[in-house]
Design a protein around this ligand. Structure first.
Ligand SMILES: NC(=O)c1ccc[n+]([C@@H]2O[C@H](COP(=O)([O-])OP(=O)(O)OC[C@H]3O[C@@H](n4cnc5c(N)ncnc54)[C@H](OP(=O)(O)O)[C@@H]3O)[C@@H](O)[C@H]2O)c1
Length: 178
């Protein structure tokens, strides 16, 4: 199935992290069917293959697939290198890989390990990817761009998750009442 172009991204190369599923996969697809060369990346090789097939079926160029975890030492640099080796540089970085802790409850014995995982993925790797990308984005002939995909959950406690913030809010309330 082909898709009519809404934008002209034909002179652009984009790295989209977290593009093996969800929002990142849709961003990669939309960029590719509008003419961009895309680099898709994630840990799940099978999902990356499905995203690549969908892009090609819609008339987009075959994406470069780079498999790995952004939290592994050296992988962000490897991702940038693979992109530069293939395309000579890039114009857009989309930081979309992210996720939440499966259990943010205060009595979770693994809470701090999960906190570290979430902060590493959602914050540290975004800073690392951006720092590594800047020298290439500055050289872009069409103007480099960084797009960070975040969540309202990063700013606001969500009761349903029984988060640490929710626990603290409840504790303060009880404390103030007594
Ligand atoms: N869905 C929503 O309603 C919503 C709303 C607001 C914001 N967001 C934000 O949007 C972003 C994407 O969310 P989504 O809903 O599209 O989630 P998703 O479908 O679970 O996608 C998460 C992506 O991140 C990748 N990822 C996870 N851990 C990774 C790691 N260690 N190294 C490399 N890649 C990793 C996953 O790939 P692999 O599993 O293949 O590694 C996957 O491609 C997140 O930052 C989320 O906070 C989502």
């Amino acid at each position: 199935m082909s898709c009519t172009r809404k934008y002209d991204l034909s002179n652009r190369v984009a790295i989209v992290t977290g593009s093996s599923s969800g929002i990142g996969a849709e961003i990669a697809y939309t960029f590719a069917v509008n003419g961009a060369q895309v680099v898709i990346t994630g840990r799940n090789a099978g999902n990356l293959g499905k995203v690549a097939k969908r892009i090609e079926a819609a008339g987009g160029s075959a994406p470069l697939q780079v498999i790995g975890s952004l939290t592994d030492e050296g992988f962000p640099a490897q991702l940038i290198k693979a992109t530069v080796d293939k395309f000579g540089g890039f114009d857009i970085l989309v930081n979309c890989a992210g996720g939440a802790s499966p259990n943010g409850a205060i009595d979770n014995p693994n809470l701090l390990a999960e906190y570290d995982n979430v902060m590493n993925l959602n914050v540290r790797t975004v800073v690392e990817m951006t720092v590594l990308a800047i020298p290439y984005l500055e050289k872009s002939k069409v103007g480099g761009n960084v797009l960070n995909i975040s969540s309202i959950a990063g700013m606001k406690a969500v009761r349903a998750f029984w988060s640490l913030q929710t626990f603290l809010a409840k504790s303060n309330y009880k404390y103030l009442k007594t």
